[in-house]
Ligand binder design. Structure first.
Ligand code: 164
Ligand code: MG
Length: 376
């Protein structure tokens, strides 16, 4: 296929409720929808996940725009693409900038699946018909409020609860949550809020029967995580430290984690996520799909990748109404009894709700392929 046009729609959507982590609070989400048109008139869609500030990774909405527009899209226009797996090879001269790469690669995968008239999950090799859903709860102003939220989400059917923790908002919170919900599948995400000086403190997390503790130390601390894991009973799950299959290999080999959170944007796309799936399957490391407060298109990509077989644990891909008054896809992503159905229609399996896109759009950029090459 030959990419003829890419339209970048920059959207700004208000979250239903602010989301607080150890690194800051988000009230709304700004991102790009990538609309990609091929020579046959098929349209594929991707979504960028970087935040407005570089507090989760170094990328931002503005760096994603710059890298896509000035470097990656010209590479895509350069020559036809035989298979979406070729995109990461085409992008390899550009260092990192994984979220920019993944946004475009996701649109190529959707295009490819639509041309094949197959669901995206099927094209990736995923066989699940439903995916298990967990929820990530931001830092709350009081423990009472947190307990009330957990009760509500448990009633809605979520299969596990992830709490955000940070120094000063951890042991007491976990103790109260465990007291109120002794059997709840529970985990904690620290977003790098601790250091190796906190080993004794982190050992106290072992009292709460957590499924895992996510990213306790810094993103570059793979060796330190290996040291910490030796001192903890609770399995460590890495998030911010894993940018690629190579990072996953290193972390597993060093014993830095027992579980991996795979975010498609962070690892540079669906092809890399699939490689991590296959490697972790061989090495018996359970994985799950993390979230970046996505709107419907990113959510659809997450559902498709979670259909792969090593995505054993419930992910953070919750339904649309968890975050948005109105999502940008129809139908919206729905959860029933803690599961989301994997779509069976071609591509991402959701239609774009253009009226809603226009309502939230703050900028639109149309890039045409001026190279008059012959497509396949
Ligand atoms: O529901 C989601 O989309 C996941 C939310 C979530 O936990 C996260 C979103 C963005 C950055 C982090 O705070 C974080 C995570 O670390 O997994
Ligand atoms: Mg995390």
């Amino acid at each position: 296929m030959l990419i003829k046009q890419v339209v970048l729609h920059r959207l700004q959507m208000q979250l239903k409720a602010p989301f607080a982590t150890s690194f800051g609070t988000m009230k709304d989400k700004e991102f790009f929808i990538i609309e990609m048109v091929d020579e046959a008139g098929f349209r594929g869609f991707g979504e960028s996940v970087a935040f407005i500030s570089p507090w989760y990774t170094e990328e931002t909405v503005t760096t994603v725009e710059h890298i896509m527009k000035d470097f990656l899209i010209p590479l895509l226009f350069h020559a036809p693409i035989n298979h979406p797996d070729d995109v990461s090879v085409r992008f390899s001269p550009i260092k990192r900038n994984n979220m920019a790469k993944a946004a475009l690669e996701g649109a190529v995968w959707d295009l490819y699946a639509k041309r094949k008239k197959l669901p995206l999950a099927t094209c990736l090799g995923g066989g699940k018909t439903t995916i298990d859903v967990g929820i990530s709860i931001g830092i709350q102003s009081t423990i009472e409020e947190l307990l009330r939220k957990i009760e509500q989400y448990a009633l809605e059917g979520y299969k596990r609860v992830k709490l955000k923790v940070k120094p000063g908002y951890d042991l007491e919170v976990l103790k109260e949550v465990r007291r109120a919900f002794p059997n709840l599948p529970l985990m904690a995400d620290a977003n790098s809020a601790y250091t190796l000086n906190d080993i004794a403190h982190l050992q106290r997390f072992d009292d709460f029967n957590l499924l895992m503790i996510e990213q306790p130390l810094g993103q570059d601390d793979i060796v330190e995580h290996a040291k910490l894991q030796k001192e903890l009973q609770t399995p460590i799950c890495l998030d911010e430290s894993i940018y690629s299959l190579d990072d996953a290999k290193l972390a597993i080999e060093l014993g830095a984690c027992q579980i991996i959170n795979v975010k498609v944007g962070r690892v540079g796309g669906l092809t890399e996520a699939k490689k991590i799936n296959d490697y972790c399957k061989v090495h018996n490391i359970p994985i799950w799909c993390g979230g970046m407060l996505e709107a419907g298109i990113g959510r659809a990509h997450n559902i498709a990748v979670t259909a792969l077989d090593q995505f054993i644990l419930p992910g953070d891909t919750s339904p649309s109404n968890r975050y948005w008054e109105k999502d940008i896809v129809v139908p919206e992503v729905k959860m029933e009894q803690g599961v989301i159905q994997v779509p069976t229609t071609p591509g991402i399996g959701y239609e774009i709700d253009w009226a809603t896109v226009e309502k939230y759009r703050v900028e639109r950029l149309i890039l045409e392929n001026k190279q008059n090459r012959i497509g396949i």
